[in-house]
Structures are given as C-alpha cells and as structure tokens.
Ligand binder design. Structure first.
Ligand SMILES: *[C@@H]1O[C@H](CO)[C@@H](O)[C@H](O)[C@H]1NC(C)=O
Ligand SMILES: *[C@@H]1O[C@H](CO)[C@@H](O)[C@H](O)[C@H]1NC(C)=O
Ligand SMILES: *[C@@H]1O[C@H](CO)[C@@H](O)[C@H](O)[C@H]1NC(C)=O
Ligand SMILES: *[C@@H]1O[C@H](CO)[C@@H](O)[C@H](O)[C@H]1NC(C)=O
Length: 430
C-alpha cells in the first residue's frame, strides 16, 4: 500500500498543468447497434467469459484451455477487453481516438504510423509527424522499466521500445512515446504511451487501442496523478454516454444525496494491476448463501480473490459459487426454468397472462463494510415472457464484478485512501 502511495505522489509531475477535476465521456461498445436487449445480454455473457479467461491468462503462461467458444456472429471473436471506450485526443494539433477503458491493464497504446501490421479503426492512425509535441522516450527514463512486459528493448538510437503481448497471440509493439493528450477540452502534457507500429490480434474495428486504468505507474490514471476517479454507467442499451470523472469532480458528495458506502481496495502482489475487494458473502432473497468463508479470498499463489473490472460485462463467479447462486434463484423464484438456445443464462418463463413486472428475489453483495444491494434491472433482465439472470459461472477461481451490475451507480476509486465507494445515481443526469 505504501509503495503505491509513493508512486502516485511522485508521478504528480503533470499536476502543475492540471485542473482540480476533469470529465470525459465513455461510450458502450454496443451503442448504436441494433441488437435486441436479449441479444446484447447474450453478447455480454459471452464477452465476460472470454474476458475472465483472458484476465486469468495475463502475467502467466498462456493456458491451453483458453479456447474461444464459437458464437453465431464472426465479429464476436474480437471481444477481449472491449466494453467502454474513452474519447480522447493525442498530439498537437489533437488527433481524435477512442480507446478501450481497461482497469485490468496498465499501458496506454494506439496504432502509430509507420505501420507494419494494423487492424481497422474508426479514426485515422496516429501520425507522429503531424504532431509538434511528439517525443520518443530515451531508455534512461525510469518509466521505460515500468512497462509491464518482460524486457523493454532499446533501439540503436537508445529509444525505449515495448512489445506487449497478450496470451492469445495478439500483441502491440513499437516505441514508448510522450505526448500531449486532450481529455474533454483539457490538454494533458507529457503522457507516456505506446506508439504501436506493429499491432496484431483480436481487436474490434470500433477501438483504436487501449487506455490502461490499472494500478501500475504507466496507466492513464497513475500518470495523471489524480488520487481518485469515478465512473457512472448509464442504463444498459441506452445510447447516452457515461461520464468518467477525475480528481475533485469525482467526489460523490457533489452529486448524490443517497447513502454513500465504502469498502477497502487492496493489492495482490502477484496481480498488482487489478483492483481487489473483500467480498464476504452474498444474499439472494431472504437467504445468506452457504458459501464457505475462504471462497473469495486470494490464495497463496495469487489466484482467486474478487476484482472489480470495467472491462468485464457481467459478473462471473467460480463455477461452485455460481451453482449456489443459481440454486438459490431457482428455489425462490418458483417458475419454470427455460432451457433454450440462450448461451448459459439462467432464464425463467413468466406466466403469459401477467402483465406485471416480475419482482426477483433481492441480490446483495456483502463487501467488507458495505452492502451493495442491486436494483433488479442490474441482475435480472426481463424481456417478453422471460426473465434471465445476468451473471455467469466459469471464471476460474477468481470472481469478477462486471459493469452490468454497476449500472446507475456512481463508483469512485479512491487510490490514496485505498477505498471503493458507491452510491445509486442517475448516470444520464450527472
Ligand atoms: C441493423 O439491422 C439491419 C437488418 O437486419 C442490417 O441490415 C444492418 O446492417 C444493421 N445495422 C447495424 C448497425 O448493425
Ligand atoms: C471465430 O471463432 C470461431 C471458433 O473458434 C471460428 O470458427 C471462426 O472462424 C472465428 N471467426 C473469425 C472471424 O475469426
Ligand atoms: C493496414 O492494413 C491493411 C491490411 O493489411 C493494409 O492494406 C493497409 O495498407 C495498412 N495501412 C497502413 C497505413 O499501413
Ligand atoms: C512481439 O511479440 C510477439 C509475440 O510474442 C512476436 O510475435 C513479435 O514478433 C514481437 N515483435 C517484436 C517487434 O519484437
């Protein structure tokens, strides 16, 4: 904890030019598509599963069982980290981009000319020659050693090179560069990022790279040096953008009148980029589920634990926990379970005569010091005569709290106080 704090403080080099607070907008990856809500949900389930396996494979050897399940649309293979995209500009004059917001990784990178390999993206590739503020990082800069991949290399001109490879064969490689970024209308000078000349793999054509928001020194949030950031995800399927707030504008008390709750965030030294939470139990309906106390703990080999992740769509549990959760719903809902072509969703058939909204049993995450009671729309999706639980199993030993469960909560990451705080909110009005 202490070392993280020191890093955050020492990185406040940017702060002389920074306002107290900052706001930017996020768009959801499926915004503007014409999928039905149920199809969107299926896509989210699918993405959460691949994401959980992807997260499990980072910083470790690529595991053999990391197999991409087939899905009825070819585009859907390219869905590893991609949930919310942050709009920003790079360079002087500013060139616009949308990068995937990823609390599970560190490096910020985009595709950079000249290109060896590229994937298609919605904006022209970044061109260093068209920017007056572009700067290649010499290998002597300390941040060159912080690249969370083995062996940053030096070019013959002693410039810092990186190669971030993901377990599935995709990678981005190029030079670590320094540039002026623009968020909202605020220029941020001297942001270090990967200028990727060689980019291969599973990226969707609506993103231009990744903005790491993990806990390491190279992430955007660490480099900006703001001690806190917050986001507020608008309702699922809504086209309105979601705000992400930095510094003083992130303060929950500025907007909310409801009960603000907080729970500690902690570091797992073996997976130091992730935001870990202490989850003590789960209530479904009237029942505190019989989950053994150590189920959610980080194991001595660094596996397991509970993380909150912007890049995961829906919450995924270890299989054994998911079985307990689904059994609790099945025993309390008392409606026929639908076995259909829906991938791995627990769905109930609603009585066709009833036009009333189905009231599912309540769902509460009991975190250390904070109970997160979800509104029904954050876990039970009702469509036509069916209601489906928007959670999944099969995440390996780790539990990942996904963004579907965080809709219309204002969620604050206090990196100095090491706390996560949340309060219900109307995110479209923030
Ligand atoms: C929406 O659906 C129509 C008809 O199925 C299809 O032709 C079109 O490409 C879709 N648009 C998007 C953005 O997916
Ligand atoms: C997506 O994955 C499936 C199963 O692995 C594969 O058959 C299909 O060709 C892939 N589609 C694309 C566009 O890569
Ligand atoms: C990007 O890749 C495509 C397909 O491989 C290629 O045709 C195109 O020339 C590349 N663009 C640049 C700017 O290198
Ligand atoms: C980067 O790593 C990938 C995967 O390990 C490799 O295929 C690629 O050749 C590397 N690129 C460079 C420039 O070293």
């Amino acid at each position: 904890m202490v070392s993280t704090l020191v890093l955050l403080l020492s990185l406040r080099s940017l702060s002389h030019s920074l306002p107290d607070g900052l706001r930017a907008e996020l768009t959801h990856v499926d915004a503007g598509s014409n999928y039905t809500k149920l199809e969107l949900l299926q896509r989210m389930v699918y993405r959460s599963k691949t994401r959980a396996r992807f997260l499990a494979s980072t910083n470790t050897d690529f595991s053999e069982d990391f197999i991409i399940p087939s899905f009825p649309s070819s585009n859907d293979n390219k869905t590893y980290h991609n949930e919310y995209l942050i709009k920003l500009s790079i360079g002087t004059p500013p060139q616009p981009f949308v990068l995937t917001l990823d609390t599970g990784s560190d490096l910020i990178w985009t595709q950079c000319q000249p290109l060896v390999h590229n994937f298609s993206q919605p904006y022209p590739f970044f061109n260093p020659k068209k920017s007056s503020t572009f700067f290649y990082t010499p290998c002597s800069f300390p941040l060159c050693n912080d690249i969370d991949v083995p062996d940053p290399k030096c070019s013959s001109q002693n410039l810092c090179m990186y190669n971030a490879s993901y377990g599935d064969g995709s990678y981005t490689s190029g030079f670590l560069a320094r540039e002026t970024f623009t968020l909202g209308s605020t220029p941020l000078t001297k942001v270090f990022f990967g200028c990727g000349n060689d980019n291969v793999g599973i990226y969707r054509s609506n993103e231009c790279g990744i903005a790491g928001f993990g806990r390491g020194t190279l992430s955007l949030i660490s480099q900006l040096g703001y001690g806190q950031f917050a986001y507020c995800f608008t309702s699922f399927g809504e086209s309105k953008s979601s705000p992400i707030l930095f510094g003083s504008t992130a303060d929950l008390r500025r907007y909310e009148k409801g009960l603000i709750q907080s729970t500690p965030i902690f570091v797992n030294p073996i997976q130091p980029l992730f935001y870990y939470l202490y989850l003590k139990g789960i209530t479904v309906g009237a029942m505190l589920l019989p989950i053994p106390p150590l189920t959610f703990a980080v194991k001595s080999d660094g596996s397991g634990g509970v993380i909150i992740d912007s890049g995961s769509a829906i919450t995924s549990f270890p299989e054994a926990v998911f079985d307990i959760v689904t059994s609790a719903f099945i025993s309390q809902v008392k409606l026929p379970v639908v076995k259909g072509d829906l991938v791995d969703l627990l769905c109930f058939s609603l009585p066709s005569a009833s036009s009333q909204k189905f009231q599912p049993p309540k769902f509460i995450f009991h975190f250390e010091g904070a109970d997160l009671e979800l509104p029904p729309e954050n876990y039970m999706h009702q469509e036509k005569e069916m209601a489906c639980l928007a959670m999944s199993g099969d995440s390996g030993p780790r539990t990942v709290i996904g963004n579907f469960q965080q809709q219309n909560f204002h969620v604050l990451y206090d990196l100095v106080g090491e706390q996560l705080s949340f309060v219900p909110a109307h995110c479209d009005q923030l």
